[in-house]
Design a binder for this molecule. Structure first.
Ligand code: CMP
Length: 139
């Protein structure tokens, strides 16, 4: 089934000019980038986005990291986009990520792990709505 997922190319990746290389992996896997914008995430946006992690010890570090440099927010579309993007991102910790995945190729560590992708269709809808209106998504 064609569906959408939400992606963030994180500061550690934009800082190293990896946006194009990451987009090449995304498009090479058959996912279509149907919306994309480079933004400087505000502290309020980052706190809202990662609210589910607010009790975790790394929450402050995570918010600091996500606001430290520009990010690229994206909507990806394709067959089973949520699961497919999680597969090509690889494990959260790059040390555990499979060969050829974005995190294996580019991530520095578990905190600076280059990309975010939604973990479910419900969260994808919520995350997309935080950053895009429907008219900004061109499938
Ligand atoms: P992401 O997919 O964006 O969702 C939550 C993020 O928290 C995750 O990627 C990591 O960047 C970050 N994270 C998860 N575990 C840790 C950890 N142990 N230390 C620091 N950051 C973490």
């Amino acid at each position: 089934m064609t569906e959408r997922t939400f992606s963030i190319i994180k500061p550690d990746a934009t800082e190293r000019n990896l946006t194009g290389k990451i987009n090449a992996v995304i498009e090479g896997a058959g996912l279509r980038i149907v919306a994309q914008r480079r933004i400087r995430m505000t502290e309020a946006q980052a706190k809202t986005f990662y609210e589910v992690h607010k009790e975790r010890p790394f929450y402050g570090e995570l918010v600091g990291q996500m606001t430290s440099a520009p990010v690229v927010v994206q909507v990806l579309e394709g067959e089973n986009a949520v699961a497919k993007y999680r597969e090509i991102m690889g494990a959260t910790n790059p040390e555990q990520a499979a060969e050829g995945t974005i995190r294996k190729l580019f991530a520095k560590n578990v905190g600076e792990n280059s990309v975010h992708g939604s973990d479910s269709q419900d969260n994808a809808k919520l995350e997309i709505a935080q950053f895009f209106t429907e008219d900004q998504i061109v499938g």
